[in-house]
Design a protein around this ligand. Structure first.
Ligand code: ADP
Ligand code: MG
Ligand code: ZN
Length: 603
C-alpha cells in the first residue's frame, strides 16, 4: 500500500476510536445534573434503580425509567449513612443496586486519553510533516545517489542480444565491448586501448536503450543507468555533482557499464545559450569530460551513451578518449521489421499471420512503433472477442500507429466532409497521375489523431538513393490537397497546414542537403550551421537564396498539382463523391475508378 494512504487510514481510525471512547465517557457527562436533595427525594419515592459511586463524591444514578442522573455528595459521609440521616426506608435501600467503582482508574484513563492522545496525534502529524520536509531537502542536496538506477545483469526480465532484432552491425561492435568487460585483463596485457565511451546514435525508438541493456546482461556486469535530462536540474551544480557521483558508483562496481541515455540533453554545443539553464548544462557537460579524462589506466568501466541527435553534440565529447566510437542504429529494414514483429508476438496468441506483409507495409516504422503495433493488434483482437490475433488486426493496427486512433465520434458537417473529400482526392489523383510517386494504398476521410483524413501511400521498395524527380513528384502530391481546395472551392482551408509543413521541410532539404537546387548547386548547409547563430558560415545572401529556392520548389510543385487536377478534374470529382458516400477507398477500388498507374501524365 502507498504510504500516504496508510497514514490517512491510521489517522482516520485513531479519530474514530477517540470519538467512540469520548461518546462512551460522555454518556455520564451528558447525564442530567441534579442536587443531592432532589436525588434523595427520588430515592425515597422509589424512582431509582441503580446507583454507581464513582470515587468518594460522584454519584451516577439510573431511574427505573432508564434516565441517567448525576449528582455529588459530601465525600466524608458514607452513602448509607446519608440515606439513614435523611430517613430513607431500609426496605427501599435494600432494593437499590449500589455499585462502587473502586479508585478512579476509569477517570484517569479517560483523562489520559483526552489530554494525551490529541497531543500525541498532533505531535505525530508534525513528525510526519517534518520527515516529509527532510526528505524534500535531501532530494535537493543529496539527489546524487537517488538519480542513478541499476539493472542487475541476472534480473529475470533482462534482455539479451536475442531480444534485439536486426542491428547486426551494432551488435557486432558491441560484442567487442562485451568481450572486454568479461575478460579485461586479456586486453590490458597486450596493451590494447579499449574505448571508454561508445555513442549509440539513432532515431527515437530504434532500440538504443534496449541494446545498451542487452550489452549489460551479455557481459554479466552491473549496468548503471541515468538519463541526460535527469542531470539538468534547476540548481546550478546539481548536474555536475550527479555526474561525479554516477561515475564514482560505476568505478566502485567495476567492471561495469555506465549508460547515459539522451546525452543530447546535456551534450549540446556549448556557448550557444544565454540563460542560466545553459550554464548548468555546460557545467554538467564539463564534469562528464573531466570524469572521462580522469579514468586511470585499467579502469574497467565502459561509458555508453545514446542520442538521436549526434549532429548537435559538442565536438569535445567526440574527441579521442571520450565518446570516440560511434555506433549508428538505423531504422529497421524489411527483414529486421519482420524479426521485430516476431519478437513482440512471441508472448501473444496469434494465428495465420503473414508478418512479411506487415513488414512490407511498415517502412519507416521504428522498433518501438512495431512493438506498439503488436500491442494494438492484441487489444483490437480482444475487443473483437477473438481468441487470436489475426492478420486483419495487424493490418488495422498499422494505421492506428501511423495516425493515431480513429475519431469516429467527431462528426463532420456536410460542408466539412466535402472539403475533406476533395482534399484527400486531390492528394490521391496527383499521386496517381505523376510518374514517379509511390502508389496510393488507401484514401480515407475518417479523422484520425490530428489528421482530418489521409491518403496512405506505401513505397514499393526501400532504396538507398532517391532521384530528384521522385522528390518533385512527391512534393506535388503533398500539395495535391491544397491544390484541390483551390481548384474546387476557389479558396484554401486550414486543413492543409500539416501538408505545407512537411512539404516545406522536404523542399528545404533538397536545397540545403541534397544539392538539388539549380541556383545553389551542390552545396551542403548543415543543420548545425543553420541552428547556431555563432557558427553561421554562410552569408545573408546565401540565406536569401535558400529561402527563394525553397519558395520556387514549392510553387512549382503547386503548379504541377494544379495542372494534373485540371486535366483530371472528372476523376477528382468521381473520387471525392465516392469518398463522401463511403468515407474509405481501398487500393483495388481506387484503381478500378481511375485505371492503373501506367497511364501517367508527363508534366
Ligand atoms: P530508443 O532508446 O532508441 O528510443 P528503445 O530502446 O527505448 O528506443 O526502444 C523502445 C522499444 O522498442 C523497446 O523496448 C523494444 O520493445 C522495441 N524495439 C526497438 N528496437 C527493437 C529491436 N531492434 N528489436 C526488438 N525490439 C525493439
Ligand atoms: Mg531510449
Ligand atoms: Zn492533406
Amino acid at each position: 500500500m502507498n504510504n500516504n494512504l496508510r497514514n490517512l487510514l491510521l489517522i482516520g481510525s485513531l479519530i474514530f476510536f477517540t470519538l467512540i471512547l469520548y461518546l462512551g465517557y460522555n454518556q455520564n457527562l451528558l447525564a442530567e445534573k441534579i442536587s443531592f436533595e432532589e436525588f434523595l427525594t427520588k430515592v425515597k419515592n422509589n424512582e431509582i434503580k441503580t446507583i454507581t459511586l464513582s470515587g468518594k463524591a460522584n454519584i451516577i444514578a439510573q431511574t427505573k425509567e432508564g434516565k441517567i442522573l448525576r449528582t455529588t455528595k459530601d465525600p466524608d459521609e458514607s452513602l448509607t449513612q446519608l440515606f439513614k440521616d435523611y430517613g430513607v426506608a431500609s426496605s427501599t435501600i435494600l432494593t437499590l443496586e449500589i455499585n462502587q467503582e473502586t479508585g478512579n482508574w476509569k477517570d484517569i484513563l479517560y483523562a489520559l486519553i483526552f489530554n494525551v492522545l490529541p497531543f500525541l496525534l498532533v505531535a505525530w502529524i508534525f513528525w510526519q510533516i517534518f520527515k516529509q520536509a527532510q526528505r524534500g531537502t535531501t532530494q535537493i542536496f543529496s539527489f546524487s545517489k537517488s538519480g542513478i538506477k541499476v539493472y542487475n545483469p541476472n534480473d529475470p526480465d533482462r534482455v539479451t542480444f536475442k531480444d534485439v532484432a536486426g542491428l547486426e552491425e551494432a551488435k557486432q561492435e558491441l560484442m567487442e565491448i562485451v568481450e572486454f568487460l568479461k575478460n579485461p585483463d586479456k586486453f590490458f596485457k597486450i596493451g590494447a586501448r579499449i574505448p571508454k565511451g561508445v555513442l549509440l546514435v539513432g532515431p527515437p525508438g530504434s532500440g538504443k536503450t534496449l541494446l545498451a541493456r542487452s550489452v549489460a546482461s551479455e557481459a554479466g556486469v552491473p549496468f548503471f543507468y541515468i538519463s541526460g535530462s535527469e542531470f539538468v536540474e534547476m540548481f546550478v551544480g546539481v548536474g555536475s555533482a550527479r555526474v561525479r557521483d554516477s561515475f564514482s558508483i560505476a568505478k566502485k562496481n567495476q567492471p561495469s557499464i555506465l549508460f547515459i541515455d539522451e546525452l543530447d540533453a546535456i551534450g549540446k554545443i556549448r556557448g550557444a545559450g544565454i540563460t542560466g539553464a545553459h550554464e548548468e548544462r555546460e557545467q554538467t557537460l564539463n564534469q562528464i569530460l573531466v570524469e572521462m579524462d580522469g579514468f586511470e589506466k585499467g579502469t574497467k568501466v565502459v561509458v555508453l551513451a545514446a542520442t538521436n541527435r549526434a549532429d548537435v553534440l559538442d565536438p569535445a565529447l567526440l574527441r579521442p578518449g571520450r565518446f570516440d566510437r560511434k555506433i549508428i542504429l538505423d531504422l529497421p529494414d524489411i527483414k529486421a521489421r519482420e524479426e521485430i514483429l516476431k519478437i513482440h508476438l512471441r508472448d501473444k496468441k496469434f494465428s495465420k499471420v503473414n508478418l512479411r506483409q506487415i513488414a512490407e507495409r511498415t517502412p519507416g516504422f521504428s522498433g518501438a512503433d512495431l512493438a506498439n503495433l503488436c500491442n494494438e493488434a492484441a487489444i483490437l483482437a480482444a475487443r473483437r472477442n477473438k481468441e487470436f490475433i489475426t492478420q486483419q488486426e495487424l493490418l488495422d493496427s498499422i494505421e492506428k500507429v501511423l495516425l493515431g486512433p480513429e475519431r469516429k465520434t467527431k462528426a463532420y458537417s456536410k460542408k466539412e466532409k466535402e472539403i475533406a473529400a476533395y482534399h484527400e482526392a486531390g492528394h490521391a489523383i496527383v499521386a496517381h497521375y505523376l510518374p514517379y510517386t509511390s502508389p496510393v494504398q488507401k484514401i480515407s476521410i475518417i479523422a484520425r489523431g490530428r489528421a482530418g483524413g489521409y491518403t496512405l501511400k506505401t513505397p514499393l521498395e526501400e532504396r538507398s538513393f532517391y532521384f530528384k524527380k521522385e522528390f518533385l513528384d512527391e512534393l506535388a502530391s503533398m500539395l495535391g490537397g491544397y491544390a484541390a481546395e483551390k481548384l474546387i472551392f476557389d479558396d484554401t482551408t486550414t486543413g492543409a497546414s500539416n501538408d505545407l509543413e512537411v512539404a516545406t521541410d522536404l523542399a528545404r532539404q533538397l536545397v540545403t542537403k541534397f544539392g538539388m537546387s539549380e541556383k545553389l548547386g551542390p552545396i551542403s548547409i548543415s543543420q548545425k550551421q543553420r541552428e547556431f547563430v555563432l557558427g553561421k558560415e554562410y552569408s545573408e545572401k546565401t540565406a536569401e537564396l535558400i529561402d527563394e529556392e525553397v519558395k520556387n520548389i514549392i510553387n512549382q510543385a503547386l503548379e504541377r498539382a494544379l495542372k494534373v487536377l485540371e486535366i483530371k478534374k472528372d476523376k477528382l470529382e468521381k473520387i471525392a463523391q465516392v469518398l463522401i458516400k463511403k468515407e474509405v477507398i481501398e487500393k483495388k477500388q481506387f484503381e478500378k475508378l481511375v485505371g492503373d498507374k501506367k497511364g501517367s501524365l508527363e508534366i
